[in-house]
Design a binder for this molecule. Structure first.
Ligand code: NAI
Length: 358
């Protein structure tokens, strides 16, 4: 088994906490990639991983992604993420979430937990009973609530900008958009796309959600593994990561990829395959920053919904400048974004005096 320090995804993580609570059956990993910009903030994923090694790889990639996301959005927050390894035999309990909260508390504020796949605002409230280092709360002073509507809004605007850049049209009317994953973000995004006249093709492993999209938006249905190969103008991955493998990229028919899922590229290097194929890829951690932009106000103690919306509406500008640089330098958009994020993080790490306090 790969050890931690030489793990291919370790990438200089500041700390990784393996948390266990026997009474509640909690098994969790909290990864703090960087606190150079401020306290590490990122969601908690509740997922049934096939192996513990898969969970470790996922949390390390997601945590680094949060460092990049936060620095690209200009937020005074570092990057961290947590995974709770769900046991299919046992369900999520308040005791388990409180035990997780105690683990977060042991990090003394270096990591601030929020919602991600499988974690709701109610779950965050349960964690809050054991630690104050949580965000995305439904109630209380500066509570920012569910981040997913803000993520969905940012993805919608970013997708629109990507279409404008790649296809030269300002209208989504009649475009075939494939939404893979109809959860908190994907379903809201599908609604916005439907309202603008896009034709939806959807997939989810949850059949009820698929039926809901079919009923509400007249969406066509595809099998999850076949959605990326459908005749589409835009593919919008909104489930889990790892959609863009070399095989999937080879078969892809869409010329724009713009979605909410984190870590869409199986490997960062595959951004080049998209570039060579002429597919415009909206880097995931740039287009899906809406949720963390909203959560940041709560963490910083100055939550203001209008300010958050205004910041979410700047996501297309950031994407546009990445697209232009990529075109001008003939490089993948993912490589352009990674370079900017890594340089900003290195500059912050070299000047620790300018850190922002939570
Ligand atoms: P969610 O848990 O509400 O929804 C995920 C959906 O994906 C579920 O409907 C699930 O059944 C489906 N799904 C899972 N595996 C699938 C597969 N193999 N094929 C098809 N469908 C599958 O999660 P949420 O909050 O909507 O997040 C979606 C993605 O966006 C995640 O990758 C998350 O990390 C990312 N994201 C979410 C943010 C938020 O504000 N909620 C913020 C930034 C990123």
């Amino acid at each position: 088994m790969t050890m931690l320090f030489d793990h291919p995804e370790h990438d200089g993580h500041e700390s990784v906490l393996f948390a266990r609570d026997t009474a509640s059956s909690l098994r969790a990993i909290i990864a703090v990639h960087s606190t150079a910009a401020g306290p590490a903030c990122g969601g908690v994923r509740f997922w049934h991983y096939v192996t513990e090694a898969d969970a470790l790889t996922d949390v390390l990639r997601l945590s680094k992604g949060m460092s990049y996301k936060n620095v690209m959005a200009g937020l005074p927050l570092g990057g961290g993420k947590a995974v709770i390894l769900a046991d299919a035999q046992r369900t999520k309990s308040r005791e388990l979430l409180r035990a997780f909260g105690r683990a977060v508390d042991r990090l003394g504020g270096a990591y601030i937990a929020a919602e991600d796949v499988g974690i709701t605002v109610d779950d965050v409230a349960a964690m809050r009973e054991a630690t104050r280092h949580v965000a995305g709360k439904a109630k209380g002073v500066h509570a920012s609530g569910d981040p997913s509507p803000f993520t969905a809004r940012g993805v919608f605007l970013g997708l629109h900008a990507a279409v404008r850049f790649q296809l030269g049209t300002d209208s989504l009317k009649g475009l075939r958009v494939g939404v893979l994953g109809l959860g908190a973000v994907g379903m809201k995004l599908a609604g916005m796309l439907h309202e603008t006249g896009a034709k939806l093709v959807v997939a989810d492993i949850d059949r009820q959600r698929v039926r809901e999209a079919e009923r509400a938006f007249g969406a066509e249905i595809a099998a999850p593994d076949l959605l990326p190969v459908q005749p589409l103008d835009v593919l919008s991955p909104c489930a889990l990561g790892g959609v863009l493998s070399p095989e999937a990229i080879e078969k892809l028919r869409a010329t724009v990829v713009a979605g909410a899922a984190n870590n869409q590229l199986v490997d960062a290097a595959y951004g080049r395959l998209l570039h060579e194929k002429g597919v415009l890829y909206a880097p995931d951690y740039v287009i899906n920053a809406g949720g963390i932009i909203n959560v940041a106000g709560e963490v910083l103690g100055d939550y203001d919904e209008d300010k958050a919306i205004a910041a979410v509406e700047r996501i297309p500008e950031t994407l546009w400048s990445i697209f232009e640089t990529a075109r001008a330098t003939d490089r993948p958009t993912s490589a352009v974004a990674d370079q900017i994020a890594a340089e900003r993080l290195a500059a912050l790490a070299a000047a620790p005096g300018v850190r922002h306090a939570a």
